[in-house]
Design a protein around this ligand. Structure first.
Ligand code: FAD
Length: 546
């Protein structure tokens, strides 16, 4: 049996970061185990490649569907999840956002000592190499020397700039840096890209995009990267995590951990792996015939995600992505340009611009985030609508609804049961309606309205702000996830906590969870940078012997 000091399950946003940081100590050995393939593929490194990976399940996307959602008139929610080196950072929208400082101060208030904003800021900075501060370390918010490349958009779409202008005309402040002093306002997003290519965590922390590096690990001798290797369960010696059972090339084998097993399989698969291995609510496990190693009632509970609705406007402009003959001709030219210079439309992350806004007075922080996309795009069907246009998403930043992840069976190769229970708390619907109204106010401003076009699917709203009931019906029909599930192995000190503030799993030894699933509450923003921050901090906790 092969033995390593640390076994890391899942080479996603957090997994790549924690494995690489632990392997900085030449005296330890680390194995990073990933179910999916290597990330050396054009659909990963060319930003618009996500148009091929995200819409459906495939080699690089689990493409899960949830249980039918009552508030969506029984529709299932679609939950893409990255599979392969880089995990979801290989298929995500590349928007670099950390959330609001209050989010982390709230974690600290919940008992997660050491996770307040001032505590985590150094880890965001340590991970980041922002092109505006390259090689420097003198900005209070940004890093200039970390592994994760963060850039300004190389070729922002003219309509993304129009969106920012329209938002300003609608009364929102301009904001050139959502991760700086203020989150409020509208602006272009910073993206996890370098020289026009996606910078996922495999590039950042493992191989820097060097396709010649067959080790996939940056040629580190003490870091073994095992792709196409699926972890079936954690093996326990009593209550100590002693190793893993994996399947590789159709053959089952076991790996042993001298020090620790670290689970970084993401918000759906981390709780799934704990449950399949006997760590979770005892009765749920017994019902499925799973031997209970530790009764930890919180595993899989507390699922939180940003509910997201999109408003579209059809506009005849070939600057916008779309399905038309002139559009395809334009895109062909843009692909040639991208091949030469890594600029132009293929370097787009689609969600190019956005805003953090407050839906009413008296709030201490923005409660709604907007993502503007220079394409006609929708959750679920209607993806192949002919013509061109733009879209804007609105999501509720601090949803109150809570869902769960459970097992269908003890077999990790079967998809888990996912039930986010979207909009089950009425507060969330109030936020969604406010978000739709904010988008329509922005669309009506001169900077966008002067391009003409017509809104889709909003005819029933009526004049002005629109009828409340009609907007609610629209929200039920068209809302889905913006792909930020968290919270299913929550960190904390209460009875439903799965990990303690050092990310150690309760009731067992030698086992941690390090990924987005440990967030006790969802941060107000996109979740890739926070998942990486969690791994950066976890590496220090482990090295300090906590
Ligand atoms: C389509 C999409 C768009 C998004 N857009 C953005 C964005 O623009 N900005 C942003 O900040 N966030 C975005 N997100 C969210 C963000 O990418 C995720 O929150 C983040 O990547 C989660 O990191 P993680 O480490 O928790 O999990 P993941 O990155 O999902 O990693 C989990 C890894 O574990 C592996 N794994 C799972 N089970 C097993 C097993 N049994 N054996 C071995 N390996 C296993 C998986 O294959 C995967 O590689 C997006 C997500 C998606 C899906």
């Amino acid at each position: 049996m092969e033995t390593f000091d640390y076994l890391v399950v899942g080479a996603g946003s957090a997994g790549c970061a924690i494995a690489a940081r632990l392997a900085e100590d030449p005296a330890v050995t680390v194995a990073l185990i990933e179910a999916g393939p290597s990330d050396h593929h054009i659909s990963v490194w060319m930003p618009i490649g996500m148009a091929s990976t995200v819409p459906k399940a495939g080699a690089r996307n689990y493409g899960y569907y949830t249980a039918p959602q009552d508030a969506f008139n029984g529709r299932q929610s679609y939950q893409p999840r990255g599979k392969g080196l880089g995990g979801s950072s290989s298929i995500n929208g590349m928007v670099y956002i950390r959330g609001h400082r209050n989010d982390y101060d709230d974690w600290a208030r919940l008992g997660c000592t050491g996770w307040g904003y001032e505590d985590v800021l150094p880890y965001f900075r340590r991970s980041e190499h922002h092109e505006d501060f390259s090689g420097r370390d003198d900005n209070p918010w940004h890093g200039g020397a970390g592994p994760l490349r963060v850039s300004n958009l190389r070729s922002p779409n003219p309509f993304s700039n129009r969106f920012v202008q329209a938002a300003i005309q609608a009364g929102y402040a301009a904001n050139g840096d959502f991760n700086g002093a203020q989150q409020d306002g509208a602006g272009l997003y910073h993206v996890t890209q370098h020289r026009g290519e996606r910078w996922n965590t495999a590039r950042a922390y493992l191989h820097q995009g060097d396709a010649g590096d067959k080790t996939l690990s940056g040629r580190r001798r003490n870091l073994s990267v095992l792709v196409e290797t699926e972890v079936l369960r954690i093996d326990f010696d009593g209550t100590r995590a002693a190793g893993l059972t994996v399947v590789r090339g159709g053959v089952q084998q076991r790996l042993a951990a001298r020090r620790e097993v670290i689970v970084s399989a993401g918000a759906f698969n981390s709780p799934q792996l704990l449950l399949a291995s006997g760590v979770g609510p005892a009765q749920e496990l017994l019902d499925l015939g799973i031997r209970v190693v530790a009764d930890v009632p919180g595993v899989g509970k507390n699922l939180q995600d940003h509910p997201d609705v999109i408003v579209n406007k059809q506009v005849r402009s070939f600057d916008l992505f779309g399905h038309s003959l002139p559009g395809f001709a334009r895109l062909s030219m843009e692909l040639l340009r991208y091949r030469r210079k890594r600029t132009g439309m293929p370097s787009s992350n689609f969600a190019e611009a956005g805003a953090f806004i407050r839906s009413r007075q008296g709030l201490v922080a923005p409660d709604i985030q907007l993502h503007f996309v220079p394409a006609l795009l929708n959750h679920g069907g209607d993806k192949k609508r002919l013509g061109h246009g733009y879209s804007c998403h609105a999501c509720v930043l601090r949803p109150q609804s809570r869902g769960e992840v459970r097992l269908r069976s003890a077999d990790m190769r079967e998809a888990p049961l996912i039930d986010p229970r979207f909009l089950s708390d009425e507060e969330d619907m109030v936020g969604m309606v406010a978000g739709v109204r904010a988008i329509r106010r922005i669309f009506a401003q001169q900077a966008l309205a002067s391009a003409g076009g017509r809104e889709l699917f909003t005819d029933e709203f009526g004049p002005g702000e629109g009828h409340q009931q009609a907007i609610e019906a629209f929200v039920r029909e068209r809302t889905d996830s913006v792909y930020h599930p968290v919270g299913t192995c929550k960190m904390g000190v209460d009875d439903m906590a799965v990990v303690d503030p050092a990310l150690r799993v309760r009731g067992v030894q030698g086992l941690r969870v390090v990924d987005a699933s440990i967030m006790p509450t969802l941060v107000a923003g996109n979740t890739n940078a926070p998942a990486i921050m969690i791994a950066e901090k976890a590496a220090d906790l482990i090295r300090a012997g906590d």
